[in-house]
Ligand binder design. Structure first.
Ligand SMILES: Cc1ncc(COP(=O)(O)O)c(C=O)c1O
Length: 451
């Protein structure tokens, strides 16, 4: 439906109507044709019932029970209870997609709040708000959890006992997979890349601290080449070995949870954002992007399918964002969304990754400290810290790349990277921070430097 609406907008554009009038015109036409777009209908259908569940039709129950496999208990199918499989009900506006997940498991704590963010360094005319996807949980938090709602649903529905995934040594995604797997009674195997993959060189800090506590198996590999060379062959070998020796099925979760199933994490997040009035309240949405750009893809697809007017930006945190557009195009094709190109729905912004993926400059680390001390929001050095500093620089230097002045930043989490050592070193060496420490040896004598 929204697709039709877009086409009608294009037609009006050719007729010379102004941008503002276009949406109104399209809206009127939609109403005449009873094509008011999925948004309104979806909202209605999505309204939670009193008990917090979503309504399911009788006919759906029958078709679901026909497909019940190991791991699905019929009585749980309609309950959004944490860790329980339930039938996923897509919104009407998702209809153009040919591949929609059947099930979901609620791992992410949603809806996440949106609030004003007085980010230091932003020109006065801009209003920045933040969507707190760092609050999708505690140990299991950040953007990855939303994707795991769908990926683990597939694994549980099909009776998998093991999951394999891979990434960098401090991967948020791998830590999230390890936690979710344990919560759901599955075993996880993480293939992690490091520049120093020797056992005695690996420190259990940051995300690795949790991986250590979780008891997951960690396979250390040299970070020498890209994913296909480094990780893919090992993942395939490991899967084959585990399945042949245990007789149990092994589910492979793609790097970063980034595929046509994982992308529903942020397509669904867009649905949540519709309910939060994001389409009316904002002009631009900004998120950290790298690798396959899957979080950005989900938001941009939701925006496109609903015919919403937001401009979706991904600030790239790795040296080259060259893969992002082809990857988003790959997801669009997988979902059957032919005739739409990534470039038309998502704006990739390069040039703000500092020294490169995972590397921090002292300016970035100090900015993270400054933002935290001014606003209470903790950013991480690999993703959200770079993105935020990039956002400030863009708004000062080239604000015209944004559509308007009302900007929503999505905080994608990454909290455990904060404890991987680099911020500790920065704090230990910062004069400003050291001044926070006040010696008070004698309780009768107040220290002189209280402020
Ligand atoms: C905290 C954080 N933000 C953003 C991203 C980027 O997400 P995506 O891989 O979906 O583009 C990641 C992924 O690694 C992440 O861990």
């Amino acid at each position: 439906m929204a697709l039709h609406k877009d086409h009608r907008i294009n037609r009006h554009k050719q007729q010379g109507l102004s941008e503002d009038n276009l949406l109104q015109e399209a809206e009127k036409e939609s109403e005449k044709l009873n094509l008011t777009g999925g948004v309104k209908q979806a909202n209605k259908k999505d309204e939670p019932q009193e008990n917090g569940t979503h309504q399911t039709k009788e006919s759906d129950k029958e078709s679901v029970s026909d497909q019940i496999t190991e791991g699905i208990h019929e009585e749980n199918l309609h309950k959004e209870m944490r860790g329980e499989l339930f039938k996923y009900e897509a919104a009407d506006w998702m209809a153009p997609m040919t591949k929609i997940p059947k099930y979901r498991i609620k791992l992410a704590v949603t809806n996440t709040p949106i609030h004003r963010w007085n980010l230091p360094g932003i020109p006065e005319e801009f209003k920045i708000f933040i969507k707190r996807d760092d609050l999708t949980g505690s140990t299991l938090s950040g953007n990855k959890v939303r994707k795991l709602d769908f990926l683990f649903a597939e694994a549980v529905a099909q009776g998998y006992k093991h999951v394999i995934t891979g990434g960098e040594i401090q991967s948020n995604h791998c830590r999230s997979v390890a936690i979710a797997a344990r919560e759901l009674g599955m075993r996880s195997h993480l293939i992690l890349r490091s520049v120093r993959p020797e056992r005695n060189h690996i420190k259990f800090e940051g995300n690795m601290l949790l991986n250590g506590l979780l008891g997951c198996k960690i396979y250390l590999v040299q970070k020498e080449a890209g994913f296909p060379v480094n990780l893919k062959p090992r993942i395939d070998k490991l899967k084959q070995h585990i399945e042949s020796t245990t007789g149990e099925k092994c589910y492979v979760i793609p790097i970063g949870g980034s595929d046509e199933v994982g992308v529903f994490g942020y397509i669904e997040a867009f649905r949540e954002m519709i309910g939060q009035g994001v389409c009316e309240r904002f002009d631009d949405v900004v998120v950290a992007t790298c690798g396959l750009g899957n979080t950005l893809a989900g938001i941009a697809i939701g925006n496109y399918l609903t015919g919403s007017h937001l401009r979706c930006h991904g600030i790239c945190v790795s040296g080259s964002g060259d893969n992002i557009i082809p990857s988003i195009n790959g997801v669009l094709t997988q979902l059957g969304l032919h005739g739409v190109e990534a470039e038309n729905i998502a704006n990739i912004i390069n040039g703000y990754c500092g020294d490169g993926y995972g590397l921090s400059t002292s300016e970035e680390l100090d900015y993270i400290r400054h933002v935290c001390s001014e606003t209470g929001i903790v950013l991480d050095p690999v993703y959200t810290g770079k993105t935020t500093l990039g956002l400030v620089q863009i708004l000062n230097k080239t604000p015209e790349i944004f559509k308007g002045k009302r900007i929503l930043f999505i905080h994608t989490g990454g909290i455990f990277i904060v404890t991987d050592g680099r911020l500790t070193d920065m704090l230990n060496n910062s004069e400003t921070v050291l001044q926070q420490l006040v010696a008070w040896p004698n309780e009768d004598i107040l220290p002189s430097d209280i402020s």
